[in-house]
Design a protein around this ligand. Structure first.
Ligand SMILES: NC(=O)c1ccc[n+]([C@@H]2O[C@H](COP(=O)([O-])OP(=O)(O)OC[C@H]3O[C@@H](n4cnc5c(N)ncnc54)[C@H](O)[C@@H]3O)[C@@H](O)[C@H]2O)c1
Length: 116
């Protein structure tokens, strides 16, 4: 059940195309936050944004490489411009479960389960 405790708050979240950040973005959106989600993987990111919107939440975002200062600066400026400010940062981009799963699949030749 949503408490709306992040209503009118803006979340900027990296790595949101998969895994922990995708789940976190959905939770914040369900609590009323406006989510600006970024990732290097545009397909995963699009899935996250669509899922939030289909659930009735507010989400925007775009491609951003957290290893590239100019890319991060540009994304933060876009987020602030789109939503009029920033309140919460979650920096979860990294090499985690999905990447490990892809490596394992390549080695074994087996399909992996879809990411969350
Ligand atoms: N999943 C866990 O149980 C767990 C536990 C402890 C720590 N972590 C750490 O948390 C982070 C996220 O884990 P996860 O399981 O959600 O991983 P994940 O692989 O599912 O998601 C990571 C996301 O980061 C994105 N990403 C990678 N490099 C990027 C970059 N340079 N710029 C922007 N986005 C980038 C990927 O495209 C991917 O969508 C990792 O650093 C991982 O090591 C995960």
């Amino acid at each position: 059940m949503s408490t709306g405790r992040f209503t009118d708050r803006v979340l900027f979240i990296t790595g949101a195309g998969s895994g922990l950040a995708r789940a976190t973005a959905k939770l914040f959106a369900a609590e009323g936050a406006k989510v600006f989600a970024v990732d290097v993987n545009p397909d995963g990111l699009a899935e996250t944004i669509l899922a939030i919107r289909l659930a009735g939440g507010t989400a925007e975002g775009g491609r951003c490489d957290v290893a590239d200062t100019a890319s991060v600066r540009d994304a933060v400026e876009r987020a602030a411009s789109v939503f009029g400010g920033l309140h919460v940062l979650v920096n979860a981009a990294g090499v985690g479960r999905s990447a490990a799963s892809r490596r394992s699949t390549r080695r074994s030749g087996r399909a992996s389960s879809p990411s969350t």
